[in-house]
Design a protein around this ligand. Structure first.
Ligand code: GLN
Length: 319
């Protein structure tokens, strides 16, 4: 864990300086990635190259500042939880969404079953597996996967997003823990949809192939009050965007959310595919890709790069 309060003097409005810092962040992240390990509990994910690293920062006027592996496709994994929540808020509303899932961090791992059985029948938040599965159980009664895929493409401004069949199959074959969570929710009478359809759609959404650019675009829409700044289209109401970003801030990095909130301070969401998405209000959408993960399942390079940028460019929400 690295912390400093020392601030070098430079012009933080100068595009050349901003670019320099983002390049440094890329190098810091690439170096840090050597400490991590790619996920292997979903066998298909173990094929990723832990040395890959890329960062894309999108600005409101359409500029992309990017370095490294920004075109490489990888599975979105838990970052799809943000999409599922956005769809639920947009089409079901606030009351209905939070009738089925809470908004508290757990301090437990992303796939934990613990508090679900011992503390509360409703999942703690939509950013962990239990919560995202619960949200999906509601959505599965109303939407087909293709409709969610279309929403994801708009949210990420990326029409090339497809289902990664191999990841989907690998995940579905080995997803016993998620099955256990789903059937526990069903046994408690909390699950809202058919368990198998719910799981199938949850696995499919985790298996969408994105890249650092698509994540940066999604971050930009979150940073811009739910509006696509390039075509003016409103994707999600600003009030819901605040809800989503608050949950990303408090719960977006599983049981590392508190430490990340202190050290980085940017509403973010990670996935075990190696992605991290960040939203810096009225300024940037950030996407990082580094499949080498730490023990909590978060990208080591991504966290280091985010911390570097946040510290030097003053991106912490509390700055
Ligand atoms: N598909 C993964 C799972 O359900 C998502 C987890 C993650 O990205 N942390 O286990």
């Amino acid at each position: 864990m690295y912390f400093t309060y020392e601030q070098p003097e430079f012009d933080r409005k100068d595009p050349a300086e901003i670019r320099r810092v983002i390049k440094e962040a890329y190098l810091v992240g690439k170096d840090a990635a050597r400490e991590g390990k790619v996920a292997d509990y979903i066998p298909e994910l173990a094929k990723a190259d832990g040395n890959d690293f890329g960062i894309c920062v999108k600005t409101l006027d359409g500029e992309a500042i990017e370095f490294g592996d920004v075109e490489k496709r990888f599975s979105i994994q838990s970052i799809s939880k943000v999409i599922n929540l956005a769809v639920s808020l947009k089409f079901m509303g606030f009351q209905e969404t939070f009738a089925h899932v809470r908004m508290e961090p757990t301090g437990d791992s992303f796939n934990s079953i613990l508090k679900l059985d011992t503390v509360d029948d409703h999942p703690f938040n939509p950013m962990i597996n239990a919560g995202a599965i619960q949200v999906m159980s509601v959505l599965s009664n109303v939407f087909e996967f293709e409709e969610l895929l279309e929403f994801a493409r708009n949210f990420c401004m990326d029409n090339d997003i497809e289902l990664n069949e191999k990841v989907y199959r690998s995940e579905s074959e080995t997803g016993d823990r998620n099955r256990a969570i789903t059937y526990l929710l069903k046994s408690k009478g909390v699950l809202q949809g058919d368990p198998d359809k719910t799981l199938d759609m949850y696995f499919r959404m985790c298996s969408l192939n994105v890249n650092a650019r698509s994540l940066a675009n999604m971050g930009l829409i979150l940073a811009n009050g739910g509006q696509n700044p390039y075509n003016g289209k409103h994707i999600i109401h600003p009030a819901y965007i605040r809800v989503i970003k608050s949950l990303m801030y408090t719960c977006g990095l599983y049981d590392e959310s508190g430490e990340y909130g202190v050290l980085v301070g940017i509403p973010s969401k990670s996935g075990v595919g190696g992605g991290i998405i960040g939203a810096v209000d009225n300024l940037y959408g950030i996407g990082t890709y580094g499949p080498a993960l730490n023990q909590k399942g978060n990208s080591v390079g991504g966290i280091s790069a985010m911390q570097h940028m946040s510290h030097l460019l003053h991106l912490n929400v509390f700055y």
